[in-house]
Design a binder for this molecule. Structure first.
Ligand code: ARG
Length: 461
């Protein structure tokens, strides 16, 4: 019941309004299994310090096993007068092992060090699951890149035709940010693996309990260095929320591109029926809803992060009840990504590209003008002059309605003596792409190496 964890110094029970405001079981019940794992570890620490004999310790472990069984089966549900998961599970344990033994478990721990530990355990598990989903998406992008071979895409800056690139190169450009997100999760994990358990309410335990034992039992790497910091800091939660938001942003950028490519005007890509939606009124419609939801949900992920940061700003040490507000946003970020990523991966894996359409558009907009300038530089013309010569060529072609390779030798010569008919050799899309063979460039052999490097980086994580 409500008063069971702290009722003794109160003459009356909590008002219904307080109880309703204060209650967190509707979201922290998700932490029940972690709470019970924490209790098993804490029982060991109590036994090691001589507060439970071995018979009591065994009875405690069996009681906790039974409580978990009831949680898993759905038999045990939070009651309306349970304030939070910790209280509800303590009541349940007392129901199983009796108040004499069950009432011993809370010695030397607080809900403050418990909750700070449990949220880390939850995030570590879900970070692993989200990491696997991100790997699946990277694999899907890589497979599409491989399948696209040497297909050409009109590369853009400012959404204007810029230079032709391999479609594979552009697809892989969406994979690398996701690789960095995986690396961020790996780095975050080191910080997240600190265990606040044993810090008590804020000042540490006076009972000689071993927090390193608890950390070990919970699969965390070490106890917190400072009990005040351990119970009151949530930067690890905020950092996770940022990584989740960044994954959302990376998906959203790719989504935006697919939405544009999927328009009739572009016509670069077709979505599989199973990963697109129809319109209730316009029978012809096939909409990129997964991409749009990715774009929309990235806003939600950013909101979760900024809401959490606003909650944390300005809190005095140590624990404040405001910190209860850390969980819903970050749980929502986890749930959002766990639903979004598989759908997004399915959409990417089943895309089909109209490579003829892309190849047809690739030379348009004088996208090989830089190749003219680079060709002149290889003839030892200073780049500043080369840029002017190719700019003048673009102007001439625009006036005359020609492509860059179409003027006569005389027309070339009228622009500059450096500009000869030989420049036509580089005025093919293939020649342009192949010439960009510097590290990280779009030349086919560089892109093939890039795909291998991507695979190795992901496998090394
Ligand atoms: N429900 C709280 C939270 O989520 C944990 C319990 C600490 N409560 C307290 N009154 N000290 O942060």
């Amino acid at each position: 019941g409500e008063g069971s964890l702290w009722g003794a110094r109160f003459a009356s029970g909590p008002s219904p309004e307080l109880a309703r405001l204060s209650r967190s079981t509707h979201f922290d019940w998700q932490l029940a299994a972690y709470d019970i794992a924490g209790s098993h570890a804490h029982a060991k620490a109590l036994a090691a310090a001589g507060y439970l004999d071995s018979e009591q310790e065994q009875a405690m472990h069996s009681g906790l096993v039974e409580v978990l069984r009831r949680v898993d089966s759905g038999e045990l549900q939070p009651q309306p007068d349970d304030e939070d998961v910790h209280g509800a599970l303590e009541s349940a344990l007392i129901g199983v092992v009796g108040a004499e033994l069950g009432g011993r478990l809370r010695a030397g721990r607080s809900r403050n060090d418990q909750i700070a530990t449990l949220v880390r355990m939850y995030l570590l598990d879900h970070a692993a699951a989200i990491g696997d989903l991100v790997v699946d998406l990277i694999d899907a992008i890589n497979a599409q890149a491989e399948k696209s071979g040497e297909a050409i895409l009109p590369g853009r800056t400012h959404l204007q035709h810029a230079q032709p690139v391999l479609l594979a190169h552009q697809l892989l450009a969406h994979a690398w940010p996701l690789v960095r997100d995986l690396e961020r999760l790996r780095d975050w994990r080191v910080r997240a693996s600190t265990s606040p358990y044993g810090a008590g309410a804020l000042a540490g335990s006076s009972l000689g309990l071993d927090p390193a034992l608890v950390a070990r039992e919970l699969g965390l790497s070490r106890p917190g260095e400072n009990s005040i910091d351990a119970t009151s800091s949530r930067d690890v939660v905020a950092e996770f929320a940022w990584i989740a938001a960044q994954v959302g942003i990376d998906l959203s950028r790719f989504a935006e591109e697919l939405i544009i490519w999927n328009t009739r005007e572009f016509g670069f890509v077709r979505l599989h029926d199973a990963y697109s939606t129809g319109s209730s009124i316009m029978p012809q419609k096939k909409n990129p809803d997964i991409a749009e939801l990715a774009r929309g949900k990235s806003g939600r992920l950013i909101g979760n992060l900024t809401g959490l940061l606003a909650t944390l700003k300005g809190l005095p040490l140590a624990y404040n009840r405001d910190l209860q507000e850390d969980k819903e946003p970050v749980f929502d970020s986890v749930e959002t990504l766990e639903v979004l990523l598989p759908a997004f991966t399915g959409m990417v894996a089943t895309l089909s590209f109209d490579t003829d359409r892309m190849a047809e558009l690739a030379p348009m907009g004088f996208s090989l003008a830089t190749d003219v300038a680079d060709w002149l530089v290889r003839q030892r013309v200073p780049f500043r002059e080369a840029h002017e010569i190719s700019g003048a060529l673009v102007r001439l072609c625009e006036q005359e309605g020609l492509e860059l390779h179409e003027p006569t030798d005389e027309q070339y010569a009228s622009i500059s003596a450096h500009l000869t008919g030989e420049v036509r050799d580089v005025l093919t899309i293939r020649g342009s792409v192949t010439s960009r063979s510097g590290v990280g460039g779009t030349a086919p052999e560089r892109v093939a190496e890039q795909r291998i490097e991507l695979t190795n980086r992901v496998r090394a994580l």
